[in-house]
Design a protein around this ligand. Sequence first.
Ligand code: TEU
Ligand code: CA
Length: 567
Amino acid sequence: MQRKWWHDKVAYQIYPKSFMDSNGDGIGDLRGIISKLDYLQELGVDIIWLSPIYQSPFVDQGYDISDYYKIAEEFGSMEEFDELLEETKRRGMYVLMDLVVNHCSDQHEWFRKALADPDGEYADYFYFVKGKDGKAPSNYRSYFGGSAWEPVPGTDMYYLHMFAKEQPDLNWENPKLRKEIYRMINWWLEKGLAGFRIDAIINVKKDTAFPSFEPDGPDGLATCVKMVEEVDGVGEILEDMKKNTFEKYDAFTVAEVFNMKEDELREFVGENGHFSTMFDFSAQTLTEGEHGWYDSRPLVFREWRDIIFASQKEMEGIGFKANIIENHDEPRGASRFLPEYAQNEEGKKTIAVTSTLLRGIPFIYQGQEIGMENCRRNSISEYNDISTIDQYQEALRAGCTEEEALEYCYKYSRDNARTPMQWNDDVNGGFTKGRPWLAMNPDYTRINVEEQEKREDSVLSCYKKVIALRKAPEYREAFTYGRFLPDYEDHDYIFAYHRKIEGTDQDILIAANYGKESDTITLQEGTEGTVRKVLLSTSGREEEISGEMAGENAVTLGSCEAVVILL
Ligand code: TEU
Ligand code: CA
């Protein structure tokens, strides 16, 4: 495999609005990010992905862009962005921007011009399609609920929006549109970006016949995902984009891909794939319901472990995935994946270790490194996220009580990940001197950076240790290129795998117990003369475990405990 600069890196996602506010307006900003670069460097982060910071009306929190060449006023200026780039370079770090090009904002100049002249040139930057019998062209339901078609005022046409109606889809069949997008991408790369996280990209290919599908809900609509799943040819667009942009800059790209066709993995993220890598969402989609949050399935440990393992094995010989526990669209991993008895520091450290040492690029989401948790709200009016409000109503329509619907928001709302970062136990967790744009999770008095920095046994200290271990010169090769080999799969609650470089004797075992009770794993007989070494223990029991191994050739792991052993 050809080696790339990003293979051994650790990435961190910043949600700028909620990271650090420098001027007291309650909104995180670039100056705030700059002030925390040392913190990120100390954590061991190499690559920073910024969720969108472009000019936007923020209907979908910046994923609705009204000018791709401008920084949102709320976040700062282009000068500050340049300063951020310089400051990261000085620290040997890389910056990724979010590339949102399936759609733009209805406030973008292109869309305004299109509405002003629905038969003109700019209408063809979007999907302006004639209605059928006075109704929308097809029965697609958008990702955020309701029809994916909105009437174009004064015409018999509709425009397509797979997300909110303020996010009209861009027409990638139009060569002029493609050219505009490529020019924009290259303009940012010229500035010195390392690459992009690419938003919702599978959706760029449409079946322009827009066939209707069998309704899948009481609203008589069918999810627009159906069209995405049925249509072929997204590869042509993705390859064209890559050739005209990323490839020329050796840029790193990490794609957000749902609903890929099974046999396309190599084309997407193989050696010469459309992207450098893509997120592994297998654990996130595992419990997805058929209709919405209200019919999601409970998490079962074995299913969770097995699906991650399957995804690891699937990538062998193909490339690397980007491994996540959470992101700005998902609930907090500690609240989602850890069983109730493990929703504590021990559990959080355990998941930190088993996740960070998987094969692939670890992407840590802001606050994950201190074990931030989901946030309970008393009423739907306390939520901001557009998708949460839709899912709440969806649950009510399906017959849930308000209390039940609110419980689903507590479990799945995107706002869980968007509450501001908890830096200390001062007012508003040190995030802002003003009023935060989204109310803090009140647990900041207990869970915050400052408190955890003081403690060796904190979640934050554990993240620092496991990242440092992953990058330590003597193990970097194994953790980057080593094979992923699962072990102890017959144990009910053990999550264990080896990272091993074929042809060398370096074999590292990562083993964790997610069970309520302790469990013992027997180690294979070691080679004569080799001395096993405990590289990390989440409970600080390095010496104890060493002793145990020497005596019994086995290790007993307590409830929610992980260990990394050089065999
Ligand atoms: O998400 C794409 C996407 O498919 C989402 O609808 C996802 O399934 C949903 O958020 C889960 O609740 C991306 C961005 O990450 C998201 O923040 C944006 O809202 C969306 O695209 C539109 O740009
Ligand atoms: Ca601010």
